[in-house]
Design a protein around this ligand. Structure first.
Ligand SMILES: [Zn+2]
Length: 126
């Protein structure tokens, strides 16, 4: 099997373990409950772009993985800011180039998102 570990070691500083943050914001019931009653935190699972939970970019699911605008707008607990060049190339290095293209399309569809609370907290430019 292809070894991704060298690529995990070169992850951008914005890819971090968000478990504690997720536990903090989860009581807000950010996303819609999934079928089967499991909670949905409203964030893109990092495995969707080839990463692991320890290297999570905190992407808002509606912004980066749907054709809808985020219903929470500027109050969203997850990231709306667009990819930095180093993040884009890092995700591509994980074998997820097609996913980056898909997420970039979703990001601007139907509108480019407003800056979120996550962006402001982390100092990310939208
Ligand atoms: Zn959002």
């Amino acid at each position: 099997m292809w070894d991704k570990r060298p690529h995990f070691e070169t992850a951008p500083s914005t890819a971090t373990d968000l478990h504690a943050y997720n536990m903090y914001v989860l009581p807000d019931m950010h996303g819609e409950p999934r079928a089967g009653g499991h909670g949905n935190d409203g964030k893109v699972n990092p495995s969707k772009y080839g990463s692991i939970k320890e290297l999570d970019l905190g992407l808002c699911y509606e912004t980066f993985f749907s054709d809808k605008d985020c219903r929470h707008g500027g109050r969203c607990r997850w990231r709306h800011a667009f990819f930095r060049p180093e993040e884009r190339s890092w995700i591509s290095s994980l074998g997820a180039k097609g996913v980056v293209d898909l997420m970039e399309y979703a990001w601007r569809t139907p509108h480019a998102p407003v800056c979120s609370a996550f962006d402001i907290q982390r100092g990310l430019a939208a």
